[in-house]
Design a protein around this ligand. Structure first.
Ligand code: TXA
Ligand code: MG
Length: 347
């Protein structure tokens, strides 16, 4: 399939109209949002939704998020929205917050993978909202990566995964957050975070008075256990390289362990990369290493693109410095723990 790529800095209107037209006619479009790039289609068009699953190679049982451009559309996508849910939506929208609500009849089961709930998100990206508005429909969109690969935060990632698979790609530059939205179940009395993201647990707790974090966020599902959020059960966000997480409260013990493990891997012939914070970088000596930044927000912004770069550069082993799980740290560890297939070494 021929793919047209528009640069939104120079071709905003052309890109917008080509994309809206494609969506309105049942096609797929890769578009930028403030979190990661999305792969969108008309949420009410079952054939179009099916094409999303095909283009990504996504498992059929993993539901899609429905994107809207105005809060009032939440009442089109969902029903029985509680006063608490409404308050949180008003507080965190537009932004990286996905509200899991009871689905309305307008949303087909192919979008929700058979669930009676639907994830609804009002993005803050101006382009994303313009696209939804001009297309004239709600847009179902997962992240625009091939299933299992790190989410795309830059246009290079999108081209790598989606060129030739969709008719239209929109280049909106680098995503602001770099990790996906917070998926939060608002169907009960207390909000439950199913996937941590741009809106932190602390922010939700402050607004709602209480918040729960689903066990599946940092723990592997036990055999036979059902995932509250189906996306959590897959080994996700993985680069080709093997990833190991190293965690320590003391920066010197951490640096020592990173160096030991690095040298062992290299002596066994594996090309190895250390991904760590700015603080630790100076303690690693002359080894392949990259800084992810100083704060959890910076680390979140950089992880997906550094994991992809590790692949491009041919690294076989990545050693990753654990962050704590406060603020954006919870989203970072949720993604990394999956990339590492739950392998964490504590020193
Ligand atoms: O920031 C984002 O959320 C990006 C941009 C494009 O909006 N989208 C995104 O979509 O990350 P995706 O499909 O890659 O991840 C959606 C996650 C999955 O883990 C899925 O299982 C969960 O949200 N999810 C969607 N609908 C759900 C529902 N009704 N109940 C529970 N989990 C749901
Ligand atoms: Mg995804």
């Amino acid at each position: 399939m021929e793919t047209k790529v528009f640069d939104l800095e120079k071709e905003y209107d052309e890109g917008l109209h080509a994309a809206a037209n494609t969506i309105a006619h049942g096609g797929l479009v890769v578009f930028p949002t403030e979190t990661v790039y999305g792969l969108g289609a008309n949420a009410a068009d079952e054939a179009a939704v099916k094409r999303i699953f095909e283009a990504k190679g996504r498992p059929q049982d993993n539901p899609l998020i429905v994107h809207i451009c105005d809060i009032s559309q939440a009442w089109l996508a969902a029903k029985d929205i509680s006063p608490l849910a409404r308050r949180l939506m008003e507080r965190f929208w537009p932004g990286p917050f996905t509200a899991v609500l009871k689905k309305s009849n307008l949303i087909p089961y192919s979008v929700t993978a058979g669930l009676d709930s639907v994830g609804v998100r009002l993005p803050s990206s101006k382009f994303a909202r313009d696209l939804i508005r001009i297309s004239g429909c709600m847009i179902a969109a997962p992240s625009a990566n091939l299933s299992g690969r790190p989410s795309p935060t830059r246009i290079e990632h999108v081209l790598e995964d989606m060129m030739g698979r969709v008719p239209v790609i929109l280049n909106g530059g680098e995503a602001d957050f770099g990790v996906e939205s917070t998926v939060c179940d608002l169907t009960g009395d207390i909000p439950v975070i199913l996937r941590p993201g741009g809106i932190t647990a602390e922010m939700i707790e402050k607004e709602a008075g209480a918040v729960k974090v689903s066990g599946a966020v940092l723990e592997e599902l036990k055999e036979g256990e059902k995932a509250a959020s189906p996306g959590m059960k897959y080994k996700h966000y993985s680069p080709k390289a093997n990833v190991t997480i190293i965690s320590s409260a003391d920066v010197h013990s951490l640096a020592n362990e990173l160096k030991l493990m690095y040298d062992k891997n290299v002596s066994e012939g594996r090309k190895t990369l250390i991904l760590c914070t700015e603080n630790t970088l100076g303690l690693i000596g002359n080894r392949h290493k990259r800084s992810l930044g100083s704060t959890p927000d910076e680390v979140a912004h950089n992880i997906f693109s550094e994991l992809r770069k590790a692949d491009t550069d041919g690294f076989e082993q990545v050693l990753f410095e654990a962050t704590d799980t406060n603020g954006m740290g919870l989203a970072v560890m949720n993604r990394m723990i999956r990339a590492a297939a739950f392998e964490v070494i504590k020193v």
